[in-house]
Design a protein around this ligand. Structure first.
Ligand code: C2E
Ligand code: MG
Ligand code: MG
Length: 746
């Protein structure tokens, strides 16, 4: 600019203001300025002043036009039609509003010429400024682009570096393979895991890495990934190492796709879990194996049995040998636990030798119990063969600490089709059958059969129910009369216990007395029987006394048979009390309270001891020493009668009879059966005759059991028997039938 702008005033100022207004209005729509129109007007006003000054200046120079052009570009009047507009306004109004014509020496033509040159100058300045600006924008753009590019490269480099660092220093193995499985890159950790160099790894193909222990779905998932149907999968997978060991990994494979979504690479991450797996295997081994013998334990056995019974696959049958060593407790108790342990180890070895190479599982179930599981036997013979083999293998004495121990065992065998029984049913059946083998003397095997299983299960449930049955009054007594053979009168009655079971109905003593004996419940049950029986005997006695006072009992002999008169509780003996016979089990005999309890029962009822007869089986007294006989002897001394029940079935030395405190022999039913027929079996006749003679010589009375026919009865009377009991006279019945007279069986 040649000189500073002057400050217009008055009309001149108004004129230039006007010019700036028109100029701004014309230009404003063509600008991209952020100014308001009024602000643009303010911006243009000084430019208008300067243009006006230039127009009238002496000498004239249009250079200010360039500056004005440039200033207009600075104000963003840069749209394509901005220049014609702003030039058009100058052309039309600058001269008009510029200066008062009076105050200028310029003529109109000169003014127009100068205006035109100014317009040119403005256009040049405008264009120059616009080009400068575009250039600078381009430059800053390319500078920015350059900077951006550099940043991307740096970022890429940084991320590549970071990736490399992670890739190389990672403790998990990483490999990148193409879609054909060729390994493009593998890190050091992977090479170390595989025991190869990274270079060697890069020559490999992942499809070669098949291992026999691969889970079946691994390669299926891999094929899906390669086809692009899945993006990743995760499995536990083993690999062979060159040194022959196995590498176990947690493998994660991910699919890497290109920008178009096409599968390009497979990225594998492998975590070495060999140690963890070994630890797991060891813990699992410890949890499933017996520490002492090293055999599989009950847990593993149960798993395998479960699998075998679920009948999956080709397995159609199963076989189980359940073995328990006979008398192992005695070995432990007498020779000590160390010897017991040695014995168990040897038994385990022998069992294994019997099943070696067969694929059968031998396990220690606990204590001295072992089991062998046979997969898919062709039938029971396969399993019984194995049991025989096992018993034979155990029979050869085992040397421990210079001792020769021979092992006997009982084996329960269950064999059958898979898919029918549940594991617990099989184990229960095996257990029951094993006990059957033990009960049969041991050192043998037995095969399970449903009937014996059912009986055993019955026994079990009955045993469990026994205590409650006593509390709930489920037991009751029946009485069977004892007939005096000399005159056919009722001498007494035997009390026989029955159980009215809520589910099984009426149960005879054979079903539950052995169980009660086994569990010990026989003691309270026996005491209850004695109380009931003694109380009943007293009741009968009272009734008889009352009846005889009233001049003879009801129902004198109703019997039709010869010499048979079982019809009445009353007899010619008048008020002689009826005797009641009560059975005693071996366990009761050895119970310390037998004597005081018996005395208490008799006293409570006010009954004479001689009215009670205790029946003891001959076998219960076999081998009893003086101490053991003492309670019975005390009772006998008190006046209680003692009968030797089921006589002849035991093996007692007849000479032994002398020292027993017995008063009566009850001859077992089996010896009187031969007398039922006519003519009687001469051997039985001789036997009974001999026993009667011997008994009488020893001062003992003889009662015969099981008299069922008239012929039998008369024969036995002829042979000198004192009392008889049997269906011929009466079946056991309720106490009331005793009062009414017993039913007579023809
Ligand atoms: P036992 O003491 O020898 O009783 C006689 C058994 O022979 C009774 O069987 C009776 O019903 C049966 N009997 C009687 N007459 C005849 C006959 O003419 N023919 C045949 N075939 N059988 C006859 P039950 O009642 O089944 O008793 C069986 C066994 O149970 C008894 O044999 C006895 O040993 C025992 N028992 C019964 N009650 C008790 C009791 O309260 N305590 C104890 N410890 N044992 C009892
Ligand atoms: Mg009896
Ligand atoms: Mg008997």
């Amino acid at each position: 600019m040649s000189s500073g702008p002057h400050e217009p005033e008055g009309l001149e100022k108004d004129g230039l203001r006007r010019f700036a207004t028109i100029w701004s209005r014309a230009v404003y729509p063509a600008t991209q300025t952020s100014m308001t129109r009024a602000e643009l007007e303010d911006y243009l006003y000084p430019l208008a002043v300067r243009l006006c000054d230039a127009l009238h200046a002496h000498p004239f120079t249009p250079a200010v036009g360039r500056e004005v052009g440039s200033a207009l570009v600075d104000a963003h009047c840069t749209s394509p039609d901005a220049l014609p507009h702003l030039l058009g306004v100058i052309d039309s109004y600058l001269v008009l509003y510029g200066r008062d014509p009076e105050s200028t020496t310029l003529d109109v033509d000169e003014a127009r010429a100068r205006c035109s040159r100014l317009q040119h100058s403005i256009a040049a300045g405008f264009t120059q400024a616009l080009r400068d600006r575009t250039l600078s924008e381009q430059e800053s753009l390319s500078r920015a682009a350059l900077a951006a590019q550099t940043a991307v490269e740096e970022a890429l480099h940084a991320s590549e570096t970071r990736f490399r660092a992670v890739f190389n220093s990672a403790t998990i193995g990483i490999s990148i393979a193409d879609m054909d499985g060729r390994i493009r890159d593998a890190n050091e950790a992977l090479a170390r895991m595989f025991g190869r160099s990274a270079e060697e790894m890069r020559r490999r193909n992942v499809n070669e890495w098949v291992h026999p222990d691969d889970a079946p779905h691994v390669w299926r998932m891999h094929r899906q990934l390669v086809r692009g149907e899945r993006d990743h999968f995760r499995v536990e997978k083993p690999y062979h190492r060159p040194d022959g060991t196995v590498l176990w990994t947690n493998l994660t494979v991910s699919l890497l796709r290109d920008a178009d979504g096409e599968p390009r690479y497979q990225l594998a991450l492998l975590e070495d879990i060999t140690e963890r797996r070994l630890l797991h295997l060891r813990l699992r081994y410890e949890a499933t194996h017996d520490e002492l013998t090293g055999l599989p334990n009950r847990t593993l056995f149960a798993e395998r049995l479960d699998r075998l019974l679920s009948a999956s696959g080709d397995v159609k049958r199963f076989g189980l040998c359940y073995l328990d060593i006979d008398g192992f407790k005695a070995v432990n108790d007498s020779l000590g636990h160390a010897v017991g342990d040695q014995l168990l180890i040897s038994v385990a070895e022998r069992l294994q030798s019997c099943t070696a190479g067969s694929g059968h599982l031998v396990a220690r179930i606990g204590g001295d119990e072992f089991a062998a599981l046979v997969t898919d036997p062709s039938g029971p013979e396969d399993v019984t063969d194995l049991a025989r083999q096992v018993l034979a293998a155990l029979a050869t004495p085992i040397g421990i600490d210079g001792r020769e121990l021979s092992v006997r065992a009982s084996i329960g065998i269950v064999e059958g089709p898979s898919g029918e029984l549940r594991p617990e049913e099989v184990m229960r059946s095996a257990d029951i059958t094993m006990y059957r083998a033990k009960d049969a003397g041991g050192n043998r095997y037995e095969l399970a059969d449903p009937d014996s299983d059912a009986r055993a299960i019955d026994r079990h449930s009955l045993t469990n129910r026994l205590p409650a049955a006593l509390e709930r009054d489920e037991f009751f007594l029946e009485y069977q009369p004892l007939i005096r053979m000399s005159d056919g009168h009722v001498d007494g009655a035997e009390a026989l216990v029955r159980w009215k079971h809520p589910v099984h109905g009426l149960l005879g003593p054979d079903r539950f007395i052995p169980l009660a004996e086994h569990t010990g419940l026989i003691v309270p049950l026996g005491r209850w029987v004695m109380e009931q029986a003694v109380r009943q005997a007293c009741a009968w006695h009272e009734e008889r006394s009352a009846a005889s006072k009233n001049g003879g009992g009801k129902g004198k002999s109703k019997g039709k048979g010869k010499g048979k008169s079982a019809g009445s509780g009353a007899s010619d003996d008048g008020c002689r009390p009826l005797r009641v016979n009560v059975n005693l089990s071996p366990r009761q005999l050895h119970h310390p309270d037998l004597v005081p309890d018996t005395v208490a029962v008799l006293e409570a009822a006010g009954m004479a001891p001689s009215s009670l007869c205790l029946e003891v089986t001959e076998s219960a007294l076999i081998g009893a020493d003086e101490d053991e006989l003492k309670p019975l002897r005390q009772l006998a001394e008190l006046g209680v009668e003692i009968a030797l029940d089921d006589f002849g079935t035991g093996y007692s030395n007849l000479a032994n009879l002398r020292r027993l405190p017995a008063t009566t022999l009850k001859l077992d039913r089996s010896f009187t059966q031969g007398l039922q027929q006519h003519p009687a079996d001469p051997a039985d006749v001789t036997f009974v005759e001999g026993i009667v003679t011997l008994a009488h010589a020893l001062g003992l009375a003889v009662t015969v059991e099981g008299v069922e026919t008239e012929h039998q009865a008369s024969k036995l009377r002829d042979l000198g028997c004192d009392t008889a009991q049997g269906w011929y006279y009466a079946r056991p019945g309720p106490a009331s039938s005793f009062q009414q007279g017993f039913a007579v069986i023809p």
